[in-house]
Each structure stands twice: as structure tokens, then as C-alpha cells.
Ligand binder design. Structure first.
Ligand SMILES: [Zn+2]
Length: 282
């Protein structure tokens, strides 16, 4: 009885975590459990049933997100942002992981904004590719995209900064962190740091100290291109529905672009000195 309770609690916990990570992941996890249960009931060995469940889960999550979710998203008024660089699109996910997890969905107006921005920026800077990070899940308005406090209605997208290699050459679709997040730009002047009170709790403002080991130090911020993107967002963006931009104050100062559209997210939400958060319409 106790063993069954522990197993059920564990399965419930995994369901919640997987659903938070990749919206369809929890459902596929349940399908995998159901398959394993069915195989056991029909005489398969325990090892075979567990193996089949694991295979269904590991193959099911990427397959569902890459091939089924796009059609479901269309029914919910969302489109998938591209997963890799191509000659046709001046924007793409920084990492395929955003597509494998189904975190790359937006309303068509967000895609149109990215299209216009990439096209305009690329006119003076051929080869430029805007790198997208977390956007939204494919389904259901109001369904959050953890750990973000928003990204729940198809109108939000996070954009990576632009970076250069050690020789100063632009790096398309690359960042110091392979995820795009958590390779923070620290304030040039310590006094410009926000939220220095580290005693607060219940906050999503993570400094991710343990992750810094994975952050490449040979990639540096491309201030010129990042500032050009921010300038486009505040000057041309409103014509394409851009209504709000979140950025850390010391980055606003460093990039030298001022606008009432640019806000500070506060000290309880994620840091925005590794990416720019953009909302369209909403
Ligand atoms: Zn965001």
C-alpha cells in the first residue's frame, strides 16, 4: 500500500515537472505508463514493459513536439518559429532544444514582427540572424511556460543578444551559454547593479552560479548589433505591435537606447541581462 502511494506520488511529480518543461511531455509520460501497464497485463516481462515505456517516452516527446504540435498549435492560433538557420528566414531558435520541447510557438503577429526586424536589420548587415529563445507552448492561453512568469498567451518571445568570437567576428545563432540564458552580462559599474539585496526569497531572479562553468568566456557581447536590434524594437517595433520590452537597467544604459517601452521586470522575475523579452500586442 505504502509502496503504491510512493509510486503514485513520484509519477504525479514527474507528470507536473514534464508538463512544465514541455507541455505535451506529461501526456506522453502518462501514455508511456499506460503502455507499460498494458504490456504487463498481457504477459510481457517487467523489463520489456519498462523498456517499451521508456522508448515511447524518449521518442514520443520530440516526435510529438516536432510533428504533431505544429498542427495543434494552428488550431490555437499559434505558429512554430523556425528551429534552424535557413536562407529564407532571418530568425531562428538559438538551440533546437526549444523546438524539441515545444517552447517555440507564437501568434502570427509575433512571427511577422521577427520577419520585419530580421529583414530590416539584415539590409545593412547581410547574414544577420535573430536568435529566439523561449516563446510559448503550442496550446491553451493562460498555460504558463515555467520558469517564466508570463509567456502564456503566444504574444511573448525572448531574444538572445548578439555575440562576437575572440577575434571580433559576429557569431550567428551563438551565445556564451548554449541555452542563450544564464550567460549574464554583469554591470560595467558595480553601482549599476539592480536587486543587490540577496536575502529575498521566493524569487525567479536566479544568478545560476553553478551554471557559469558552462558559459564560454571567449564569446563577448556584440554591443553594436544588440543595440541595433533594441533600437529597431523601440523605433519600428510599435508599427509591428511591439508593446513592451523587458531589459535590465544597466543593459539599457550600456546599449544607449531609451524608450518608455523598455521596462525593468522587478527583482522577483528572471534577470534580463542575458536576453531581451518582447511582447507583441497582448
Ligand atoms: Zn521573456
Amino acid at each position: 500500500m505504502l509502496r503504491r502511494l510512493i509510486l503514485l506520488s513520484g509519477a504525479g511529480f514527474l507528470f507536473v515537472v514534464l508538463t512544465a518543461l514541455t507541455q505535451l511531455g506529461g501526456v506522453i509520460f502518462l501514455a508511456s505508463l499506460a503502455l507499460a501497464w498494458f504490456l504487463r497485463r498481457t504477459g510481457s516481462t517487467k523489463a520489456m514493459a519498462v523498456f517499451a515505456g521508456i522508448v515511447l517516452f524518449l521518442a514520443g516527446v520530440p516526435l510529438a513536439n516536432l510533428f504533431i504540435a505544429p498542427s495543434l498549435a494552428t488550431l490555437h492560433g499559434r505558429v512554430a518559429l523556425p528551429c534552424e538557420m535557413s536562407a529564407e528566414k532571418p530568425y531562428a531558435a538559438l538551440s533546437p532544444v526549444y523546438c524539441v520541447l515545444g517552447r517555440n510557438y507564437v501568434r502570427p503577429e509575433v512571427q511577422a514582427m521577427l520577419e520585419a526586424m530580421g529583414r530590416d536589420l539584415g539590409r545593412d548587415d547581410p547574414g544577420l540572424v535573430v536568435a529566439t529563445l523561449d516563446a510559448n507552448f503550442p496550446l491553451i492561453d493562460g498555460f504558463p511556460l515555467p520558469p517564466h512568469l508570463s509567456h502564456d498567451d503566444g504574444t511573448r518571445v525572448d531574444l538572445a543578444y548578439f555575440y562576437k568570437d575572440a577575434a571580433g567576428n559576429p557569431l550567428p545563432l551563438a551565445a556564451p551559454s548554449f541555452l542563450g540564458y544564464w550567460g549574464f552580462e554583469e554591470p560595467l559599474i558595480p553601482a549599476d547593479a539592480a536587486c543587490t539585496d540577496k536575502t529575498r526569497w521566493l524569487t525567479f531572479r536566479w544568478d545560476m552560479d553553478w551554471f557559469q562553468f558552462f558559459v564560454r568566456k571567449d564569446r563577448t557581447l556584440d554591443e553594436e548589433r544588440t543595440a541595433a536590434m533594441l533600437r529597431w524594437l523601440v523605433e519600428k517595433g510599435p508599427e509591428h505591435g511591439v508593446a513592451k520590452i523587458l531589459l535590465e537597467p544597466h543593459m539599457v544604459k550600456r546599449l544607449g537606447v531609451a524608450s518608455p517601452l523598455i521596462r525593468f521586470q522587478g527583482c522577483r522575475a528572471a534577470r534580463h541581462d542575458d536576453h531581451i523579452h518582447v511582447e507583441v500586442g497582448g
